[in-house]
Design a protein around this ligand. Structure first.
Ligand SMILES: *Cc1c(COP(=O)(O)O)cnc(C)c1O
Length: 423
């Protein structure tokens, strides 16, 4: 099936007399006839649902759809994108381990890696993603367990050279995890370029209507844990909390997701509610249509801004003269996404006046949904960062993140124009 068909039909194939739409299994528990049947589920010997914290049929159908869209082997939903990125890493890292992440990542993820995970004894080195493979190799240590980046960085909208990062990770015997939130599998499928695990904040384009916070982890099933058995004992040695099961042996390409479900979801409990998974699925059904429109509108807005004399600079990788246009053409040939970044001449004061003058575009702590919105990271999402950290993350103090929606583009541009007229 093509991606458009997977968006609409993937993950749920009803049998005779069953609901055509994925139903919401609003139930915490599932019934069995005998104690023995139930016991086998707890031993991971039989497949089945028993408690929604671990698995729920609605969530599984939606995770399966995203799995098909990404071309993966197994997937799970989480309560948020933050939970997805945390689980994706914590599933193969423990206290004393180290990993490498691009410094140009989402502010929330930067904080998770640099502050909270540090307290758990897991160390992250942030790197400039434009460095060469040779330069990046210097950051690896014997205890490095993975490499992490975002397909399109939030908020600087730079494009990750996924192949370069995959080669780098694999040459050091570790997997590459890519947060594919902004591109979505409609515009980029990182597994095709060597990424091993993909994460999503489904809160953004996938949901698309700003109704539910959620996340997803998809495993390609391609990384050979057994080949590097010493590094990943959690997958390659018996799990005492499940009667000595060795995930990589027992579950093959499903090992990583099974372990994350059986251990992390069981113990940390960050499940997406089935009701939110239902909303997410409705969003996914039109994702391919919306991404096309977001990209079309964003390109028109980027060109308009580029020609505006009050604008200092514009980052949108689909623009022919953008620094990342070559990467965009390679990884995102159908368009990047609806988000762009720009700066206004005359500093902070002018930027704030401009933003406060907008009528159609609203200032919100959100991005990547149907409605045009914007944010000034230095005053909003990234305000906990020092000027130095901002610059390290490539976030210019004047950067405005504009998330172009799917309204009529002439109305969006007219709104921007009337706000520019006021400054
Ligand atoms: C928003 C976002 C997250 C965090 O997701 P939540 O659903 O808000 O927890 C992670 N990564 C990227 C790229 C994001 O844009």
């Amino acid at each position: 099936m093509k991606i458009e068909t997977k968006c609409v039909q993937g993950g749920w194939t009803p049998h005779k007399g069953e609901p055509r739409q994925v139903p919401v299994y609003q139930s915490t528990t599932f019934k069995y006839d005998t104690s023995d049947e139930m016991g086998k589920l707890f031993d991971l010997e039989a497949e089945g649902y028993f408690y929604t914290r671990l698995q729920n049929p609605t969530n599984d159908a939606v995770a399966e759809k995203i799995c098909q869209m990404e071309g993966g082997a197994a997937a799970m939903l989480t309560s948020s994108g933050q939970a997805a990125n945390f689980f994706a890493i914590f599933n193969i890292c423990e206290a004393g381990d180290h990993f490498i992440a691009s410094s140009s990542i989402y502010g929330g993820t930067y904080n998770l890696f640099g502050v909270t995970m540090k307290k758990m004894g897991i160390e992250c080195t942030f790197v400039d993603q434009t460095l060469s493979k040779e330069e990046l190799s210097k950051y690896f240590k014997p205890n490095t367990k993975l490499v992490f980046g975002e397909t399109i960085t939030n908020p600087t909208v730079s494009v990750l050279d996924i192949e370069k990062f995959a080669d780098l990770a694999h040459s050091h015997g570790v997997p590459l995890i890519v947060d594919n939130t902004f591109a979505t599998p409609v515009n980029c499928q990182p597994f095709k370029f060597g990424a091993d695990i993909v994460t999503h904040s489904t809160t953004k384009y996938m949901d698309g209507h700003a109704v539910g916070v959620g996340g997803c982890i998809v495993d390609s099933g391609n990384f050979d844990w057994m080949k590097y058995a010493d590094k990943y004992p959690g997958l390659t040695t018996p799990d005492e909390s499940y009667h000595g099961i060795t995930y990589a042996e027992r579950f093959g390409k499903g090992a990583y997701i099974t372990k994350a479900t059986a251990q992390l979801m069981r113990d940390l409990g960050s499940i997406q509610s089935p009701q939110n998974a239902f909303y997410l699925n409705i969003g996914l059904e039109s994702l391919h249509l919306r991404m096309k429109k977001h990209c079309e509108n964003a390109l028109a807005v980027a060109k308009y801004l580029k020609e505006n004399e009050k604008v200092a600079w514009v980052n949108y990788s689909d623009l022919e003269d953008d620094k990342d246009n070559k990467l965009c053409k390679k990884y995102l040939p159908n368009g990047s996404c609806g988000v762009l970044a720009f700066g206004i001449k005359g500093g902070r004061e002018k930027s704030i006046k401009f933003m406060d003058s907008l009528k159609l575009a609203t200032i919100v702590t959100h991005v990547a949904d149907a409605k045009t919105c914007l944010l000034h990271p230095a005053s909003h999402t990234h305000r906990q960062m020092t000027e130095e950290q901002l610059l390290e993350a490539g976030v210019a103090p004047d950067l405005i993140r504009l998330s172009v929606g799917i309204e009529d583009v002439n109305d969006i541009i007219a709104d921007l124009q009337q706000a520019f007229d006021k400054i």
